[in-house]
Design a protein around this ligand. Structure first.
Ligand SMILES: [Zn+2]
Length: 268
């Protein structure tokens, strides 16, 4: 089995002490490629040094810290051939760490950057439907992933109508708040489904035993895969092959080359 984890926050300090072991476990679990999520300019820069495919962007939580240098800096990071998407960018009206006008301004600026570079977008939306989809529609965004989808049917339909891929995380393993996803995941076309850990966040709640400090890892992606496959009533191997193919296509990853976890030099 070969899996692609389309979103892991490997620059998070939680991975600093033992990143090589984390990567070793991921490889053993069949997670062949990991895309490292960039959530600030600085983290995107760090992500670019790890030797993995990565995204360059600013999470809506950090929109208030953006300035005139932000887009030129992201643009220069995106020149790295391993930069496979712009983001994560979007709107988060759940935590509201940044004022809404700032969030919208820098979301749109990143959309425009992605479109001008011909890169797919790595999109974050939390409690921001329908505003989020309105902006995507107005800018004719078609290539990208609604990462960590946790919404309801109407929101899912809006993203699929736009042509977006849908990223499913361990949220679907949460019997309290992710139950609706077990049904909704059946409505995602086979060629639009992607899997992601969002590590170190969103540890699958039904994972036993729970990892130390509840830190999530890319190695737990097969657990999410099996939950999704069960919900679909299909063999995990088939879902693995399809989601891997989808990820390789959307992010223009090559089957071999410098972009796979297996080939990352182990020396930090
Ligand atoms: Zn996110």
């Amino acid at each position: 089995m070969r899996l692609v984890d389309i979103g892991a926050n490997l620059t998070h300090p939680a991975f600093a002490p033992d990143l090589d072991e984390v990567l070793g476990r991921a490889r053993q679990a069949g997670v062949e490629t990991i895309i490292v999520t960039g959530t600030t300019v600085e983290e995107s820069r760090q992500a670019s040094t790890l030797g993995f495919p990565f995204t360059a962007g600013v999470h809506p939580h950090h929109a208030r810290d953006c300035g005139p240098d932000t887009i030129p800096q992201l643009k220069s990071l995106a020149e790295n051939p391993r930069c496979v998407a712009i983001g994560e960018c979007g709107l988060d009206f759940n935590r509201n760490y940044s004022p809404h006008p700032d969030q919208e301004k820098w979301f749109i600026a990143q959309l425009e950057l992605g479109l001008s570079l011909g890169k797919p977008l790595f999109l974050h939306s939390r409690d921001a439907h329908p505003r989020f989809s309105e902006i995507l529609k107005r800018h004719r965004v078609e290539r990208g992933v609604a990462h960590c989808f946790t919404g309801e049917r109407e929101e899912l339909r809006a993203y699929l109508d736009l042509g977006l891929h849908i990223g499913i995380t361990g949220w679907i393993c949460d019997e309290r708040r992710g139950k609706h996803l077990l049904e909704l995941v059946r409505e995602i076309p086979r060629d639009k489904l992607l899997l992601e850990s969002d590590a170190p966040y969103l540890t699958p709640r039904d994972l036993k035993p729970q990892p130390k400090a509840r830190r999530n890892e890319p190695a737990f992606l097969p657990h999410i895969l099996r939950t999704v496959a069960r919900a679909l009533g299909r063999p995990a191997e088939d879902v693995a092959a399809e989601t891997t193919r989808n990820a390789l296509q959307l992010f223009s990853l090559h089957e071999s080359g410098s972009s796979t976890a297996a080939q990352r030099p182990l020396a930090a």
